[in-house]
Design a protein around this ligand. Structure first.
Ligand SMILES: O=C(O)CCC(=O)C(=O)O
Ligand SMILES: [Fe+2]
Length: 269
């Protein structure tokens, strides 16, 4: 009896090692904690592109107090800040930015494009680029964490806090796919909690985009990704990135909205 209970309880915290229809459906239903595919992309190509991201002319910083130490290449949707001009700027730049990110991997298929294709193939109703008020979104933002100084405090991400466009009606869950291009040997860990923030925590997160690490219990998972790994998890639940040492930590990220298995997944950055 005891054994059965333990198996059931730990299943929700399990980390799948393959990207399949089954693991995607389970993750979207929160029946598993994450999908971690090691060696999803060749590490040598990944690290070359990481250098291009670190030196990219479009490298800027996130805008909130606890995220401003982290760089990103091209504007992510969170930086539209409910502002009409910034939202127009984001959508106008979206397709050229996708094309530029793709060209950084030339002559190879980019890992972001590979994830997009596999989501389309594996999800029962396929997958598409998100459009908001019929305007295409960007997808494929690089995040650049500086050695020693950059970190993400415990936070969550939810598109309905950033947009009220009709296309996000019916979203049941949000996932995020991160492909790691370069990771310091020490630190740069992804921490995952298996719970959403409380209403009080949500207020703090919306304000400064992160909770004081001491104010939260220990995470359920702490993963040290390697260059070339793919990790998909549910960012509506609390997660954080610890400081790394020695070199930059560079990842490519796409959010993924799910409206259930009968509707296509929708992805953006
Ligand atoms: O870089 C990571 O490991 C995860 C960063 C994060 O906060 C996210 O993807 O939402
Ligand atoms: Fe996040």
């Amino acid at each position: 009896m005891t054994v059965t209970t333990q198996v059931v309880r730990s299943a929700t915290h399990q980390i799948a090692t393959e990207l399949t229809t089954d693991t995607l459906l389970k993750l979207a239903n929160r029946e598993i904690g994450a999908i971690h595919v090691r060696g999803y992309y060749p590490a040598d190509i990944a690290e070359k592109v990481a250098q291009k991201a670190i030196n990219h002319q479009a490298l800027g910083n996130y805008h909130k107090q606890h995220t401003s130490s982290v760089g990103r290449v091209y504007m992510p949707h969170i930086d539209t800040k409910w502002d009409a001009d910034l939202t127009k700027k984001y959508h106008d730049a979206a397709l050229p930015a996708i094309e530029d990110v793709r060209s950084m991997f030339h002559p190879y298929l980019s890992p972001m494009d590979r994830v997009r294709l596999e989501l389309q193939e594996l999800w029962p109703a396929g997958a598409n680029l998100l459009r908001l008020r019929e305007r295409a979104c960007f997808v494929g933002a690089f995040r650049v964490f500086q050695p020693t100084t950059s970190e993400f405090y415990p936070h969550n991400d939810a598109i309905d806090q950033e947009s009220d466009a009709p296309e996000i009606e019916g979203v049941l869950n949000q996932l995020v796919a991160n492909i790691y291009l370069q990771v310091p040997d020490e630190g740069g860990n992804l921490q995952l909690w298996q719970r959403e923030p409380t209403p009080e925590e949500t207020k703090v997160i919306l304000d400064v985009e992160g909770l004081e690490p001491d104010s939260v219990e220990a995470p359920v998972h702490e993963i040290h990704p390697e260059a070339g790994d793919l990790i998909i998890f549910s960012p509506r639940m609390l997660h954080a990135v610890t400081r790394g040492h020695g070199k930059h930590r560079v990842g490519a990220a796409a959010f993924i909205a799910s409206k259930g298995s009968r509707e296509p997944l929708l992805y953006w950055s």
